[in-house]
Write a protein that binds this ligand. Structure first.
Ligand SMILES: NC(=O)c1ccc[n+]([C@@H]2O[C@H](COP(=O)([O-])OP(=O)(O)OC[C@H]3O[C@@H](n4cnc5c(N)ncnc54)[C@H](OP(=O)(O)O)[C@@H]3O)[C@@H](O)[C@H]2O)c1
Length: 377
């Protein structure tokens, strides 16, 4: 199954809105055929696997699939039929279909046809592989994930504002991998003005890649600068979408559109870009996930409004111990541990001296927001 997972990862970031899937056919303890989703495809993966093999599998053949056949598609019959017609008698499956009403249908259909099926092989890895598409298939809206790179005491900048770099090269390279997975990235106006990021995925051996880049800017202050930020002028500027409110000046909207930058004007009541409206609009245009890269205010607001679904926290072995150093998450009054936000389905990885902890955000029944924290910006 590890080999099937490796095969699946060849489609990293390229299969949206469909999941990544890997398949490996083993005969006499040797891999004889592999297949993966490399892009959204209308042909069942199992069919392509057998076409690649070019003959009938041998009688001892075992098929490893990271996801059950036909999962989350209308191709249940095609995938299952291909396996049954191949004569394979043994199939090992990682994850079930993420949509509850479809779960186990493919595996059960194989069993009914007389195939021996083993399920839940490396299930955690197989489910984790598709955290973006699973959320999409289950909810039909994009997953909102945030990344932060902090010190041991949760700080993202010194009291002077110095913030580069908290984590090391290996952790920053891992961020590039996630940028490549998510179909879109978002930052707040503060980060754009302070850091002027490019938000592209720069991975060794691959061309620079740019997904949709969102900037949250309620009043278009990023368009007021004499020199516009790189994301409004570089070669990928038509991938940039500035998300603003109907309180923004039309002159600034025109300035951005003249540069070739897209602008989404969302109706608001309080000058803040409303996350639910933004999420719905992303769903309407088929964006299955948004990777928020800060800053502190934007991701804090996502938490306050219970809109953040997933969190990536890279922690460096640095300690500031300074109350005036900037924290990533602010603005909550957490009086009891039972009121604390937790991560679930936690996964941890080490990059050099840094640690990544990531997981789904689980909110307590009660969440008290300290309205004074962001009241003066
Ligand atoms: N270490 C890390 O992981 C990391 C990552 C990224 C950034 N950073 C640091 O974070 C700092 C910037 O953070 P920041 O808090 O000053 O700014 P920010 O979160 O990047 O941007 C906040 C601004 O976004 C706009 N906005 C629009 N809609 C919003 C909404 N619904 N909710 C919240 N904000 C919305 C607001 O501007 P308007 O009111 O004008 O609309 C708000 O002031 C930088 O210094 C950067 O270096 C650190």
């Amino acid at each position: 199954m590890k080999a099937a997972l490796e095969e699946a990862r060849k489609g990293w970031g390229r299969t949206h809105p469909q999941p990544m899937i890997g398949a490996v056919l083993v005969e006499n303890k040797e891999i004889v055929a592999t297949a993966c989703m490399e892009q959204p495809s209308s042909t069942a993966l199992e069919i392509r696997l057998f076409e690649g093999l070019g003959r009938k599998p041998k009688s001892d053949a075992a098929l490893f699939l990271t996801l059950e056949p036909g999962a989350s598609s209308n191709r249940l019959d095609a995938g299952v039929r291909a396996i049954v017609e191949s004569g394979i008698k043994y199939v090992l499956i990682g994850a079930s279909d993420p949509v509850a009403e479809n779960a186990n249908k493919g595996a059960d259909a194989l069993k009914e046809a007389g195939v021996k099926v083993e399920r839940r092989i490396l299930i955690e890895e197989c489910e984790d592989l598709n955290l973006v598409s699973n959320f999409w298939l289950q909810n039909r809206v994009p997953i909102f994930a945030a990344k932060s790179a902090t010190t041991l005491d949760g700080k993202i900048a010194c009291r002077t504002g110095e913030s580069k770099w908290i984590t090391g090269e290996q952790a920053r390279q891992n961020v590039m991998k996630w940028r490549r997975l998510f179909p879109s990235i978002a930052v707040g106006a503060g980060t754009l003005v302070d850091d002027d990021p490019r938000l592209t995925a720069r991975i060794e051996g691959e061309p620079e890649w740019c997904g949709v880049r969102f900037v949250f800017d309620g009043l278009l202050r990023t368009a007021m600068e004499r020199y516009l930020p790189s994301m409004y002028t570089d070669d990928f500027r038509d991938n940039t979408i500035v998300v603003t409110t109907d309180a923004a000046g039309t002159g600034y909207i025109r300035r951005l559109e003249t540069e070739g930058v897209n602008v989404w004007v969302l109706p608001v009541e309080n000058m803040k870009v409303p996350f639910p409206v933004f999420r719905k609009k992303c769903a309407d245009v088929g964006i299955t996930g948004v990777y928020f890269e800060g800053g502190s205010r934007l991701v804090s607001e996502l938490l306050h409004t219970r809109e953040l679904n997933y969190h990536f926290n890279y922690r460096a072995p640095i300690l500031m111990g300074d109350d005036k150093a900037k924290s990533v998450y602010r603005g909550l009054r957490t009086e009891k541990l039972s009121q604390a936000i937790r991560l679930e389905k936690v996964r941890q990885e080490i990059f050099g001296d840094d640690q990544l902890m990531r997981g789904f955000v689980s909110y307590p029944a009660r969440l008290d927001v300290d309205e004074t924290v962001f009241s003066n910006g």
